[in-house]
Design a protein around this ligand. Structure first.
Ligand SMILES: N[C@@H](CCC(=O)N[C@@H](CS)C(=O)NCC(=O)O)C(=O)O
Length: 301
């Protein structure tokens, strides 16, 4: 391990103790929900709606992957992909309720239960859910060996790379209580490398795994489209104009009607007209236009 003068550390003079203990908040955005242990903090059963697929999520990039997939399946005519999407407020600690933890011991959205089997199938990790749905419905996952391998490669690449974008770059550039040059440089380097990896791949084919739109695209879209559009207000900092193929691909996917619907589900921020906080029926997309919200005196359904 590189050792420098503790006077140069942050805070100055800090030396890691022999044993780390959780004795003070870490600071920064999300500090209130971070803790070094797993498990439920309170008893709370999850609601169950009338459809076989029950989604417990929030409209973050990881949550959006699943709602886009479900809307794409419905757009293809798979009625069995109808779903109830319940809002999990991670800022208020809903992910630590006993019902949620029973499905996802990792206490992160998205989590899903497939009640078409008895007992229901518990699902967590967004890319695992994409893979499960792709297999269940036989869509967005090629059967030809090479194309299937490429799709899974890029889906797994997404799962491995997102923590560098969000937990690494986003955290230290936007959320940490202080700006640490070393940390920002380390993760800006990695964020740009990842963007270049994807840009190079997309310079060779229309979609990530070849000519077809697959779960590799659905899994990567929410993160990388955000990176070139508005994530962390870092587009100038990261010179995202250097990734024209990512831009072309992100714009094409964003134009898909199912993607536009999927991005609205469980969304709890931004323009109220873009939020369908809970979805239990396709008609839920029709009740939250700005005019309708205003007509109800600002009450969202
Ligand atoms: N690898 C996971 C990451 C899920 C994740 O980080 N979810 C965040 C929101 S985007 C969360 O639930 N955070 C709550 C917490 O950390 O307590 C996945 O892809 O599903």
């Amino acid at each position: 391990m590189a050792s420098g003068d503790p006077a140069d550390n942050l805070p100055a003079g800090y030396v890691p103790p022999a044993v780390w203990t959780w004795d003070k908040p870490s600071g920064g955005t999300f500090a209130s929900i971070n803790r070094p242990i797993s498990g439920a903090t309170h008893e709370k059963a999850l609601p169950v709606g009338r459809h076989p697929l029950q989604l417990y999520s929030l409209g973050t990039p990881n949550g959006v992957k699943v709602t886009v997939m479900l809307e794409e399946l419905l757009a293809k005519g798979h009625h069995a992909a109808e779903y109830d999407a319940w809002l999990i407020n991670i800022g208020q600690g809903d992910q630590f309720g006993s019902g949620f933890v029973a499905i996802n011991p990792n206490s992160k959205i998205p989590a899903m239960a497939d009640h078409s089997l008895d007992p229901p199938v518990a699902l967590f990790e967004s890319c695992s859910i994409l893979f499960y749905l792709a297999e269940k419905f036989g869509e967005f996952l090629p059967t030809e060996t090479r194309a299937r391998a490429a799709t899974i490669n890029w889906l797994m690449w997404q799962a491995g790379s997102a923590p560098y974008l969000g937990g690494g770059f986003g955290h230290f550039y936007a959320y940490a209580p202080i700006k640490i040059e070393y940390a920002i440089n380390r993760f800006a380097m990695e964020a740009k490398r990842l963007l270049h990896v994807l840009d190079t791949q997309l310079s060779r084919s229309e979609f990530i795994a070849g000519d077809d739109y697959t779960i590799a695209d659905i899994g990567n879209f929410s993160w990388y489209a955000n990176m070139v559009n508005d994530a962390y207000a870092a587009q100038e900092f990261l010179s995202v104009h250097e990734y024209p193929h990512v831009r072309r691909w992100a714009d094409a996917i964003a134009a898909r009607p199912a993607v536009q619907r999927g991005r609205m589900v469980n969304r709890a921020m931004g323009d109220p007209a873009s939020q369908v906080r809970e979805r239990h029926d396709a008609r839920d997309f029709d009740v939250n236009t700005e005019d309708q919200v205003q007509a109800r005196g600002g009450v969202r359904l």
